[in-house]
Design a protein around this ligand. Structure first.
Ligand SMILES: Nc1ncnc2c1ncn2[C@@H]1O[C@H](COP(=O)(O)OP(=O)(O)O)[C@@H](O)[C@H]1O
Ligand SMILES: [Mg+2]
Length: 352
């Protein structure tokens, strides 16, 4: 059923505008949590953009602010204790942080969908997956129960759940972890969003299933020309699917690069450490390098570069001056498009 009484030429918030504006642009985003122990500065000036058809991988150890940034974009931050003292989150050029609640709701779920790590706790255990998938269509598109069920089956087939017709009435616990994560992907896809944020979507799965889910996400993203933000602590899983990478540490982006370049030549000691921590098949038995120490307490972030206490290359300046995101170039000054490093010694790291 389509309504003809509503004028169709009035743009809704988040409607497509064909002027080359990125799908999503996060500008100088800050998020802090006011707790009994003090103010935890979880996000400290994050900038990133995602265009249609593009995959941005956001990488970093646990506690670096990846999920909090995603929650701010999605509009699901716990506020309080969370607070956004500064920044903009532009969706198709419109700042979602200054939108009305109603405008925001039109974007959340429909234009931007999110996939979480733990499908079992995101799905309702007492409702069949078909019912939960169908609900998207009944609530948002006013479909009948029967049509919604057909749509649910179609979606299950889309994410390649075998025997979808027979399994549409099954409950979440009757599916394997990998299949449940496919159901989460189906839920996210239901309303054909422009952007999907997948927060550690494969972390709970074993390695072969991880690769299948990544491939599926990547394939669907291409098919629907969606933007995709892939959050992970595991550099190993995003190499084949991401276009570009933003590495986060203590709430800041410390390195940005097209995906393949970062593997070949990292320009930040932290990224270098993360790369050396990936298990390699050709180095079986060899002890895994791990970055020494732990990420900082976010109520007491070290002065200068937040990574300096763990950095083997740190000099005096690293304890006093916060490094900006330097544009990274070749030794002769040649262009390295899209590359940035927030290290005072990026040249030594990259070329040294
Ligand atoms: N609801 C909350 N209340 C207080 N502090 C929080 C809350 N959520 C996140 N934080 C703080 O933000 C930090 C970053 O969290 P998060 O973005 O989840 O890290 P990750 O990079 O692992 O996704 C946490 O270590 C914690 O200090
Ligand atoms: Mg997280």
């Amino acid at each position: 059923m389509t309504s003809t009484s509503h004028p169709t030429n009035v743009p809704e918030p988040g409607d497509a505008v064909a002027d080359g504006t990125p799908l999503l642009e996060v500008r100088d985003l800050h998020v802090e949590f006011h707790t009994r122990d003090g103010v935890a500065k979880a996000v400290n000036g994050v900038n990133y953009t995602v265009s249609a058809g593009e995959t941005l991988a956001v990488l970093g150890e646990s506690g670096s602010g990846k999920s909090v940034t995603a929650q701010a974009i999605m509009g699901i931050l716990d506020m309080p204790p969370g607070k956004i003292p500064q920044g903009e989150i532009l969706f198709r050029g419109q700042d979602m942080l200054t939108m009305s609640g109603e405008e925001r709701r039109k974007i959340r779920g429909r234009k931007i969908a999110m996939i979480f790590q733990d499908a079992l706790s995101s799905l309702n255990p007492v409702l069949s997956v078909g019912y939960q998938l169908g609900e998207m269509f009944r609530v948002h598109q006013g479909l009948s129960k029967k049509d919604a069920k057909l749509k649910a089956i179609e979606l299950m087939e889309r994410v390649r759940i075998p025997a979808a017709k027979e399994r549409v009435g099954d409950y979440p616990h009757q599916f394997s972890g990998g299949m449940r994560q496919r159901i989460m992907i189906a839920m996210a896809l239901a309303l054909e969003p422009d952007l999907i944020i997948a927060d550690e979507p494969t972390t709970a799965l074993d390695v072969t299933v991880q690769a299948q889910i990544m491939d599926l996400l990547s394939e669907l993203q291409t098919e629907f020309n969606m933007g995709l933000i892939l959050i992970t602590h595991d550099l190993g899983v995003v190499a084949d699917v991401a276009d570009k990478i933003a590495v986060m540490y203590a709430g800041r982006i410390v390195e940005t690069a097209p995906v393949h370049e970062i593997y070949k030549r990292p320009a930040h000691p932290y990224t270098k450490g993360l790369l050396e921590s990936i298990p390699r098949l050709d180095q079986k038995g060899q002890e895994l390098y791990a970055i020494k120490g732990l990420p900082p307490n976010l109520t007491r972030i070290p002065s200068g570069c937040a990574f300096n206490p763990r950095c083997t290359a740190a000099k005096d300046i690293c304890t006093t001056d916060v490094p900006v995101l330097h544009q990274v170039t070749e030794r002769d000054g040649g262009d390295l498009a899209g590359r940035g490093s927030a290290c005072h010694f990026w040249k030594e790291t990259l070329h040294g």
